[in-house]
Design a protein around this ligand. Sequence first.
Ligand SMILES: Cc1ncc(COP(=O)(O)O)c(C=O)c1O
Length: 478
Amino acid sequence: MISLPFEGRPQDDILESMQVFRENDADHKSGRTWSLVYHLNQEHDAFIKKAHHLYFSENALNPMAFKSLKRFEHEVVQMSAGLLNGDGNVVGTMTSGGTESCLLPVFCYREYARSKRRRHGFAPEMIVPETIHVAWDKAARYFNIKMIKIPLKDDFTVDVDALKKKINGNTILIVASAPSYPHGVIDSIEDIGRIAFERKIPFHVDSCLGGFFLPFMEKVGYRVPKFDFRCEGVTSISADVHKYGFGAKGASVLLYKSMDYLKHQFFIHPDWPGGVFASPALLGTRPGGPIAAAWAAMNSLGMNGYCEMAKGVMETTRKLTTGINAVDGLEILGKPVMSVFAYGSTDKRINIFAVGDIMEDKGWHVDRLQRPEGLHAMVTPAHEAVADQYLLDLREAVGRVKADPDLSSRGNAALYGMIAQVPFRGLIKKEVGKMMEKMYGPKGEMPMGQNGKESFALRMGACALNFLSRWTSGLRRR
Ligand SMILES: Cc1ncc(COP(=O)(O)O)c(C=O)c1O
């Protein structure tokens, strides 16, 4: 067990250790990662850090105490509402990130439904596309809502006719993405909105990824399907400032069409011995830094700064998607609208996960998708300088996989492939649960790959192998 040092260590010494510890972390500033971090440039980073630092200790829990934070939050909400074409009635709160902006609407609309439907046997349900971000599954679990998943059409957007058929008296909420995390496509928000409006069901657009990108794309001349408050029936939208808003981590905006909805998100407890308690969002203590940095980022970049960013990122995206489509045996999945996309293999000889393994060996941090299998990318300004190298490495990786199909039965590729084949997903869940118990157990063990890199795939692959061997030996015994 690690115990608190009796004597504190010198601060310089500690900072030096921290620099050493981070040496094996993902190298995001040089554009080697394709998720997790949104880096605009060094100058912006330095500025955001200053703004964050100014509010390092402040707490937005009590807006009376830190009025400036309340002002920042209000202005961020208002500016975001304007970007997403809301009218003067749009209200909202800032949250700690996309996940909180997905959890809260589920709670809010459950309370909203309860305020309207008090009938016996009411069992709330929400309807979502298969590709909805997993944070919504988490929300359904936390707030005990039945989640109905709707299949996709060939273009990877949700099948609106199928969605319509699932609406019933228990439906408290419909959610769709603009765009979806896996394929970067925008669901038919206008069509779903019309249905939601007719049936008087709240409709949330998860635009955590697109909220601070699509409006600027549109302004610089790209065709973007309507996805915001312009669409009838949309009652709320989430948009993350800590993604393409280039704020500090821990900042998202959650907007509602009017206070008729938002008021159900508020938690007010008048009888607590600690005093009357009121909180607008999920957290109690609300760090001031991310709120202040969000406000600073939006004011510093302004419309022109964001438009310039969107233009540059889209040019890099086009270069990448055109380059990937030009590789014989690869194709972009669906028709991604913005700077988030996935690609898969059209050639039996090319195992896309084996391509991913080679790309990792070449120093790229790539994310894998399942159902269908693919590699994923979220393009940021940091990728402009490395796009050509990425394509060069990708072509080389594909060539190597084609020449040596055995690669698909080795390394992580084999393991990812196996995970996809395990028929009982509950087993994967159980094994991943065990892995998490280790990671968060007394020893804090990390699952490690052969080269010392963290490897979930390795651990899950081992679990899949373990399962398959138990399963097949069970079959043999029968
Ligand atoms: C569409 C969408 N919604 C929600 C989230 C969750 O956001 P966060 O990771 O900030 O909690 C993400 C994250 O990528 C996302 O892409």
